[in-house]
Design a protein around this ligand. Sequence first.
Ligand SMILES: Cc1ncc(C[n+]2csc(CCOP(=O)(O)OP(=O)(O)O)c2C)c(N)n1
Length: 637
Amino acid sequence: MYKWLPVIKEPADLKKLNTKELQELACEIRSFLVEKVSKTGGHLAPNLGVVELTIAIHRVFNSPRDQIIWDVGHQSYVHKILTGRAGLFDTLRQFGGLSGFPKLKESPHDVFQTGHSSTSISAALGLAQARDLLQEDHFVVAVIGDGAMGGGMAFEALNHAGDMGTDLIVILNDNEMSISQNVGGLAAYLERIRTDPKYSRLKEDIEEILRKIPAIGGKVIKSVERVKDAVKTLIVPGMLFEELGFTYLGPVDGHNLQKLQKTLIGAKHLKGPILVHVLTKKGKGYDFAELQPDFYHGVGPFDPLNPPEPGKRNFPPSYTEVFSDTLLALAKDNEKIVAITAAMADGTGLDAFAQQYPARFFDVGIAEQHAVTFAAGLARKNFHPVVAIYSTFLQRAYDQIVHDVCMQNLPVLFALDRAGIVGEDGETHHGVFDLAYLRHIPNLTVLAPRDENMLQHALLTGLSHEGPVAVRYPRGKGLGVKLERPRRLPWGQGEELRSGKDITILAVGSMVDLALKAAEQLEKQNLSVAVIDPVFIKPLDDKLISRAALNSRFGLLTVEEHTLAGGFGSAVLEYLEMSGHGDVSVRRLGIGDHYVEHGARDVLLAHLGLTVEQIVQACLEMAGRGKVVSWRQSGNE
Ligand SMILES: Cc1ncc(C[n+]2csc(CCOP(=O)(O)OP(=O)(O)O)c2C)c(N)n1
């Protein structure tokens, strides 16, 4: 079915194809992406948009000798296809299969791992500096989207790179989209470059200059510096990237292979930091994705001829949907509630709030640190901001939480979606560190609701509190429990959901349901097991834990979808030690000292030993009835 794809085993093979053949290859890659991603799920629209760009990069540069860094890395599928990994696409994002992001262990062509946005220019500058110190001779190229370019780190790196003057090529892939429509001054600035006629003239002139570069033919220009100066004189004064010390090339049509290659060859001949501005269309070539690039940014498996309807709800609702609905309902009666997202309005469920209360909604772009301090500012003027950020991305804003929100004890509610194992996006995206990076911060309250009904209560409780509160909840569907009217939870109190005298399981959030099922099974084996939902990870319900410690014959078992180090089990151990219950036997189930790779969430949880069976097994061992299998032996290494 495919003519050219099987021919391309490595980037060098691209150099054997002429322009027409390359265009045919581009069409084949698009069909291949839709065919494979519709089966596995994945980042479709971003990859459809960079097909020609990736081909051009691999034609002009010499990977892996030349080093290419993909910002976020969600658009690296075409790069993977062209670097010998097309045959692995049936395993994309599955446990043990091809990752959806660049991975060092996968290929020498993946030179730097990414997943979180806006890191590529910093990494590329570091690689370029190392190259210079080692007196090596190769190119370093960062490919960054216009959304990621708006992140603070990208600006910090541009600022530094311009100052250093190091040879470095930054390719700005401008598709006018982040996940949804891009926001901010930079986006408006790029829009002006795209549409202003004087920039179109500039594009023509640059082509004229590039034609004169020796590698391309035409009149020989002896000094590359002269080219740079010539290009610079064409740049409109005040151009942002030029002012930062970059030579700006573009804008160039990112779907025109010939123009792209010419511009990249031109960039190779210039010295210092170069920014190549490339215009692409997200979702290019697959109508559904072109029309709804935000929906097809990242999709689950779908039927390519009959794709799913965006926004359609199923039962049970997802935690995100319940968050979205609850916030809308609470905001109706409380006009002090404002909502903030860092470029994830859809993913966090804040899109509904944005529609209903546009003046109280803020999309700050991919700028989690700014989002948090911005919220602190709003809170100082008596607003009650809800900062909805995935657990993994809030890692970025640790200092802002400590310094700007909690130290001033400001009423900011952090809604941490995707807490725990997220599944197919893998190690850069699992939200398994949040309890550890939050629970030691003074003034901060941390809640982990066990189901979607408790999520509603936790949100109301958090928004009724005049201080900072974090609520963590998992990815995916709720348990299908009845949704009551939201109520305030008794402050700092856990709930004993089941009594028992042999062992008490203290389970966090998503693990409570598993613990209850395990306790039921154990009852049939004559083991009497209590289950406690602490509800509050901080403050801990001291009394309840003390009572459980005294009354459980074989001790306590903690279970959490989080790292063991610094997590809830650690909090329980700390409390027991400080309160004189240090001799109580405690066993902890959670994630060991390692990163968790990609795969379906249930597969990963089983691999980590976070299942009903493993909880049963752990309890039997605690009662001296089972073979002792430590979490290391059970695969969680
Ligand atoms: C720190 C961080 N915040 C949020 C995200 C989620 N995210 C992944 S891709 C993306 C949009 C990136 O937009 P852009 O750089 O323009 O790339 P495009 O998808 O348009 O090609 C976002 C917000 C992330 N990966 N990292």
